[in-house]
Design a protein around this ligand. Sequence first.
Ligand code: HEC
Length: 107
Amino acid sequence: MPDPRALLAALILIAGPGMADTAPSGAEAARLERMVIQDCGSCHGLTLKGGLGPDIRAATLAGTEPESLAAIILDGVPGTAMPPWRPLISEEDARWIAEYLLATPAQ
Ligand code: HEC
């Protein structure tokens, strides 16, 4: 009978770092993607190239740290129309959206 701790360690190694963290994936990622297009798109434009809110396409945001984008998404920009999303999404979700915005080329 192999040591169960060794088995567990092997399992974690095989599964890789993605297994233990809480990064959204699958259905949750699809929900967030819809939210970006529908909710963020209502101000930033359906293609995110700007409307009431500024252009937030990848090319425009390039060079911005994902952490600072996630902070804006979570807490909004006080004194502007950009609302805080903290009541609706987790910090992992905000981070996912920030990475999504930075990684998704203009459609
Ligand atoms: C009610 C309108 C509105 C909605 C909805 C909205 N935003 Fe904004 N957003 C704004 C405005 C206005 C600004 C500009 C704030 C300023 O003047 O700095 C902004 C700024 C931003 C910025 C900073 C851009 C930059 O270059 O500094 C990011 C990133 C952003 N929004 C992402 C999002 C995301 C992601 C969502 C959806 C979860 C979203 N916004 C939903 C109005 C909105």
